[in-house]
Design a protein around this ligand. Sequence first.
Ligand code: PEP
Length: 249
Amino acid sequence: MKKIIIGNWKMNLGLKASLKLAMEYKKNLKGTNSVVVAGPSEFALADVVNILKGSGVLLAAQNVFWQNEGAYTGEVSVKTLEEIGCRYVLIGHSERRQYLGESCRIVNQKIKAVLILTQKISPVLCVGESLSTKQAGKSKIFVSGQLQRALVNVKSFEAARLVIAYEPIWAIGTGKTATEKDVLEMHGHIRVWLSKRFGVVAGKIPILYGGSVKATVAIELLATPDVDGLLVGGASLLASEMKKIANIK
Ligand code: PEP
């Protein structure tokens, strides 16, 4: 299975800079060894998808609402993301949980909405513990709890379209990548949790790692069992860095 490399551009770029980066992705990321996904902010999605046409680079949104239409000021629907051509959507990113109060219940509603309202978009459920939780030795219990609450009422046949991203909060944007041992243990733990919950379908659910990934650390990470890809933040703003990561065999 090809590794999935998602670039999360966050709110780092304005419109012009987003379009410029999309052009660089198109030039540099055609025909790599991985499934490459660009994640611009919402306002740039429609233009970026047009630029990326023919490059094989797919599109991810950074957010979605759980109702398909209606009076929900400022939100974006599954239907709109589908019309634009998004193939993935990040759900439950720690920055949204922290700054926008996104609760596990909201995360669950969003996951369910994407799984029910479209066949074309995979929800990328982000989970991960804080530094204090890690130091207390409670990382696995914490992540299991997040998975359990985020996936309430998700059926096994629906779960086949899920992607999980393990993103320890202490590694996001800090320059501290999780060690190979941390990643091996947590990804193995997530896989076992998914198997107990969804049976054989668990084997089809890609588990990505995210947190200060650069090309230099990506080789080891991608060689770790149960690492099916990477969610890349800061380094995804450089197409050259994404190219190196996406070409790792
Ligand atoms: C992220 O926030 O999804 C992320 C992985 O960020 P960074 O690579 O910058 O740590």
